[in-house]
Design a protein around this ligand. Structure first.
Ligand SMILES: Cc1ncc(COP(=O)(O)O)c(C=O)c1O
Length: 479
């Protein structure tokens, strides 16, 4: 078995000779992630969350043990020490993404969703404004439409081609706008459903038409370089735990200063104001990022952001990208070759089946020899037993789900009605109503610590479905 695997790896290296050419990356799994192999984990949910390298947690703990750090909203020595570290972390974020500090600012948030909500609730939508977004977005982007709707803006979706899961064109959709109003366009640099990477050229196209642009980079930046000296989106939400796994609870809104100034906060809170008067009923908001960081920031965690970014710079995200994409290409090719004894394919991949303009996230379903779908819940449950962490459902990306699985708006409306009894919505009844077609998929996503062995394990697991007959789902459904 071992020899068979080494032959397989040797073949892989012939195809991707650069794979093990970067010593720092080559030894990373052994140095920083031995817990995965010691505990028999095959981790394939990097789009859900990155995994922290051991040294990052250790260095952070060592650092905290040596320092005395107070709440940064004061002028005492321990407070000033925290303020200094926060400023350093802000500068490190700008530097990592090659963003000009004269052009960009960084607002620390709890996560990417927090960053998106800041934009949504503060964007100066007005009657006649347009909020245009591709269907392939995370729910935390879709949620902005409710703020837009509330302020009377038009909301329009750019549909996806059901096969490629790409938007065929965006210009005609963006052309519908009133240039005299504030208009917002949102798309992900990389889909968290299919791994499709949408063209970054859309940023300038939309900005030329007068839109402010949200580039959701949460799923893109863990394995791709985002260079903000080359592209100039107005708002970029990210979560740091997706990049280097630690700490959770810190994200950022990287924002063009001009765009940040357009936002109108619907409230004020601790840390965001220069002056509040109860008697005069007035307040004066702080400037720039300060106006958007509500309450006490996660100041003890921010030094770990600086450390994590330093680590990413040392490893070089371009090298990480090439390594991950070699594994992705191999995995995509092998998955497409898996078949039943009658020749019927075992795997149906949604979106790109090659590595052109895509990242390391693969959405798929398994089908039986007659073409019937294995319930994605079953695939996940069996993967769990093997210690394989994948994800199942629609991954908070209902648009890519609806387009790839060809679920129509009529079906959604009918099934929501049918599954709502006495005002209570039963999600299982909803999915059952959708019938024999799958209402979700399985997602495998690769990242920083992925190894060739992970891929082989995963392919062996997929092969265990060969010649089996699919039976209907019975279990929790989630989308
Ligand atoms: C593309 C994309 N946007 C936004 C988010 C939301 O990130 P968070 O849950 O960290 O707020 C995710 C999370 O998976 C994502 O993949």
């Amino acid at each position: 078995m071992k020899t068979q695997q080494s032959h397989r790896f040797a073949d892989f290296l012939k195809r991707y000779p650069a794979f093990d050419s970067i010593p720092l990356l080559n030894t990373l799994r052994r140095r920083e992630y031995k817990r995965l192999d010691q505990q028999g984990h095959v981790y394939l949910d990097y789009t859900g969350g990155g995994l922290y390298p051991e040294s990052l947690v250790q260095d952070h703990a060592d650092f905290l043990q040596k320092r005395v750090l107070g709440n940064p909203h004061s002028q005492n020595p321990t407070s000033l020490a925290s303020t200094h570290l926060m400023q350093q972390a802000r500068a490190d974020v700008l530097n990592y993404f090659r963003a000009d500090p004269n052009e960009y600012d960084v607002v620390f948030t709890p996560n990417a969703s927090g960053a998106l909500k800041l934009v949504g609730e503060s964007y100066p939508f007005q009657p006649g404004s347009h909020f245009t977004l591709v269907a392939d977005n995370h729910n935390s982007v879709h949620g902005i439409r409710e703020f837009a709707r509330h302020k009377g803006a038009h909301i329009s979706y750019i549909p996806l081609d059901p096969h490629t899961l790409r938007a065929p064109e965006i210009k005609s959709y963006l052309a519908h706008r009133d240039e005299t109003k504030p208009n917002l366009f949102a798309f992900p640099a990389q889909s968290n459903f299919s791994g499709v990477q949408h063209p970054l050229e859309w940023i300038e196209q939309a900005r030329d038409l007068g839109y402010d642009v949200i580039l959701d980079a949460a799923a893109f930046v863990p394995t791709n370089r985002l260079d903000l000296s080359q592209v100039h989106p107005d708002f970029v939400p990210i979560s740091f735990y997706k990049i280097f796994g630690y700490p959770t609870g810190v994200g950022a809104l990287i924002s063009r200063k001009q765009a940040l100034h357009k936002l109108q906060r619907p409230w004020f809170g601790g840390g965001t104001v220069r002056l509040v008067s109860t008697k005069a009923d007035l307040y004066i908001l702080a400037k720039n990022h300060e106006a958007f960081e509500d309450g006490t920031p996660n100041y003890l965690s921010l030094p770990a952001i600086s450390m994590g970014l330093r680590l990413m710079s040392d490893l070089d995200v371009d090298h990480i990208h090439h390594r991950v994409m070699a594994l992705v290409e191999y995995l995509l090719d092998e998955m497409q070759q898996l078949s039943h004894s009658n020749g019927a394919p075992l795997v149906r991949i949604y979106g790109s089946t090659d590595t052109k303009a895509r990242g390391g996230t693969i959405a798929f379903n398994l089908t039986d020899p007659d073409g019937a779908f294995f319930p994605y819940q079953l695939v996940e449950a069996e993967a769990n037993k093997e210690g394989i962490s994948i994800r199942a459902g629609c991954f908070c990306n209902p648009g890519a789900g609806e387009f790839s699985l060809e679920i129509t708006s009529e079906q959604v409306r009918t099934c929501v009605k049918q599954a709502t009894i006495d005002g209570v919505f039963d999600v299982n009844a909803y999915h059952k109503c959708l019938g024999s077609k799958p209402s979700g998929a399985v997602r495998a996503s690769l990242g920083l610590a992925s190894s060739f062995e992970d891929i082989v394990h995963f392919l062996t697991f997929l092969t265990s479905f060969k010649d089996r007959t699919a039976i209907a789902a019975d279990g929790d459904q989630y989308c």
